[in-house]
Design a protein. Structure first.
Length: 294
């Protein structure tokens, strides 16, 4: 349950630490150090104090923070019990329901990473798909120890920023969320296309692709809510499919039998989790176009 910042500013030190103890995984000392900096003017001010506590900590304490994190997709650690936060984060990207091939891939890269660096691979999973996590593993494995130590701390702070943004109510917010939106324009009639059924799918190379959301366009040709919003838009590959044949048929537009365009699928990639990616469709019964909007 989210707590108002004003309440955290006014409560006892122990209550403050208890409320924010696991913003950084199993590391309440960060909340303890931040407590001395109260009152905070906003959640940005609070997070800056917590980040400063990490940055100013001695090397051994920073390494303990890194080692407090679990391996990704580790069945043994899941059985032993992850923190509520880690469990929710790993589940959000589907690490609790991997295919056999995906489990083997994660086990392989986890072992290689730990063997080289002596600590778990850490990434802010809410910013990624399963495929992009595996690509990030491969990209980071050649790094040296100093680089990976700092990268791990940076990823831990990304994780903490998302947790804090969900845990504290304030007039300001942290810049941790992005948006994926669409807009369908019926260029045959020169107006927004209302009533187009669509489906967004997150693609997977080793496992099963998954449906992220299904929706129908409103009178403005948009969806009532972003296809993805209120969280990072995970790095990865997607397909957005529009049922335009049904849309034109329902409006009595003369069509071939079967229609020339029935279902239009746009395949695209996301690379900026905190950005706004707009994927529109301009369509007639015989043609369509799209572009990268924002």
């Amino acid at each position: 349950m989210s707590k108002p910042l004003a309440e955290l500013n006014a409560c006892s030190r122990d209550t403050f630490v208890a409320a924010l103890a696991n913003i950084f995984e199993h590391s309440p000392w960060i909340a303890e150090r931040a407590a001395a900096r109260r009152p905070f003017t906003g959640i940005g001010d609070l997070f800056a104090a917590m980040r400063e506590a990490v940055d100013q900590a001695p090397a051994d304490l920073r390494m303990a923070l890194i080692k407090a994190h679990p391996d990704l997709a580790d069945k043994t650690q899941r059985a032993a019990g992850l923190t509520v936060e880690s469990n929710a984060e790993q589940n959000s990207v589907g690490l609790d329901r991997l295919s056999d091939a995906e489990y083997e891939a994660f086990e392989r890269v986890n072992t290689a990473y730990r063997s080289k660096f002596g600590f778990p691979y850490i990434v802010c999973v809410r910013r990624h798909t399963k495929d992009s996590i595996l690509r990030d593993f491969a990209r980071r494995l050649p790094n040296d120890l100093a680089t990976e130590t700092q990268t791990s701390v940076d990823e831990i702070c990304r994780i903490a920023a998302l947790r804090l943004d969900q845990s504290v109510t304030s007039t300001d917010r942290l810049a941790v969320s992005g948006r994926l939106t669409t807009h369908v324009l019926d260029t045959n009639s020169g107006r927004p296309a209302a009533g187009v059924a669509l489906e967004l799918v997150e693609l997977a190379e080793l496992g099963v692709s998954r449906v992220v959301t299904s929706a129908t366009t409103n009178r403005d040709g948009r969806t009532d809510a972003p296809l993805i919003g209120g969280r990072p838009v995970p790095v990865g590959k997607y397909e957005l499919t529009f049922s335009v044949g049904d849309y034109f048929a329902a409006r009595g537009v003369p069509l071939a039998d079967p229609p020339f365009l029935d279902r239009i699928t746009l395949r695209f990639a996301v690379s900026e989790p905190e950005g706004h990616l707009h994927v529109p469709l301009l369509v007639t019964p015989w043609s369509y176009a799209t572009y990268r909007g924002s």
